[in-house]
Design a binder for this molecule. Structure first.
Ligand code: ZN
Length: 104
């Protein structure tokens, strides 16, 4: 089970974007990376490709390693490690190892 999913809010714990938070826009499981909205912006210089794509410089998010982000717990408001446990009905849910609240 993945620890980080789309629409989770995460806290960056390592790298040049350390300390930033944002919602996960995309998870790239093959690369073990995530794209976090507004974090790790890079400028891309685009070549003009016809009238619909005039080129220029655009800023977009670059993926960051999911090892460098921690899930921000909605319940205790802190970056946390997550665990997975089974519910009585057999469902698997993630939980916050800090405050023990269910996250799903
Ligand atoms: Zn918590």
């Amino acid at each position: 089970m993945q620890k980080i999913r789309r629409d989770d809010t995460v806290f960056v714990v390592k790298g040049k974007e350390r300390g930033r938070t944002g919602p996960v826009r995309k998870v790239i499981p093959g690369d073990q990376r995530v794209i976090v909205t507004g974090v790790n912006m890079v400028k891309r210089h685009l070549r003009p490709r016809g009238p619909q794509q005039p080129g220029g410089i655009v800023e977009r998010e670059a993926p960051i390693s999911w090892a460098n982000v921690a899930l921000l717990c909605q319940s205790c408001g802190k970056p946390t490690r997550t665990g997975v446990r089974h519910q009585a009905d057999g469902r698997k849910v993630r939980f916050c190892k800090r405050c023990d609240a269910n996250l799903d």
